[in-house]
Design a binder for this molecule. Sequence first.
Ligand code: C2E
Ligand code: CA
Ligand code: CA
Length: 272
Amino acid sequence: FEVWYQPKYSASTKKLVGSEALVRWRETDGKLIPPGRFIPLFERDGYISRLDEYVFREACHKQKYWLDRGIKICPVSVNISRATIYGANVVDKYLGILDSCGLPHQYIQLEVLESAISGKADIAKILEKFRSSGVRILMDDFGTGYSSLATLNMHCFDTLKIDKSLIDGIGQKDGETLLHYVIKMGRHLGLHITAEGVEHESQLSYLQEQKCDDIQGFLMSKPLNAEDALEFVKQYDELHKPSRQSLEENSNKLAAERMEREKGNADSSANV
Ligand code: C2E
Ligand code: CA
Ligand code: CA
């Protein structure tokens, strides 16, 4: 299994704000199998929790590795399935992995499917334990389940990830009305809003207008393997650092301003 990363950006500044860890299965002939083809089988066979834990461990270790090498890392969110959340000692196990690799908790987040929570009050306690330890919880695929409004009221989430199916409604009157109120409702409940599956500039413009916080989608970047993701973060960092030329321009400007001020002071003291 390989863990790939899909970046997330601030909708207003387009700055990199995080990424999502997504698993892939590499076959012996090198072909990559997407998760949609094996996760349903794993859910049936009960292997899903081992896979979730593997991805979580990999993401924690990679984050710590990058952090130790001075890379400016952003939080990585990891998917956790219903069976895993209901597994024994999930909080102790997951926090134990985080602590054993020495990664500060704010660098890992958990994505929980809306359908995994619906109507289950006991899951709120589990999520609250993660949150009180500093691990943020994202409600994934919001808008695809059947009891969205009830789950929203459980107050155990930090972020609402709006599903692609709602984003695809941009450009249609009813679709936009729905999205407008979903974002508004999320905001009123104090949630951070991320839109996923953003593919078009027109969708981005609409989401910016609606003051959606973050965006994730093929428009900005597809999922990348760990090596490319690192390269991407480094290049991004370089791109957003003031360049040597602009640093020089800036320092020349400051020097000119200083000389101007000093000249002004000298003139005024001569006048005295
Ligand atoms: P998800 O959690 O909703 O992840 C987002 C999926 O949407 C990813 O597919 C991503 O590649 C795709 N995507 C992102 N932006 C766009 C876009 O602009 N257009 C389109 N068409 N697609 C976009 P992927 O990687 O194939 O993952 C599919 C699903 O598999 C995930 O959906 C998630 O439910 C599941 N999954 C992936 N990794 C894990 C894992 O480690 N554990 C568990 N339990 N589930 C996982
Ligand atoms: Ca997800
Ligand atoms: Ca999703």
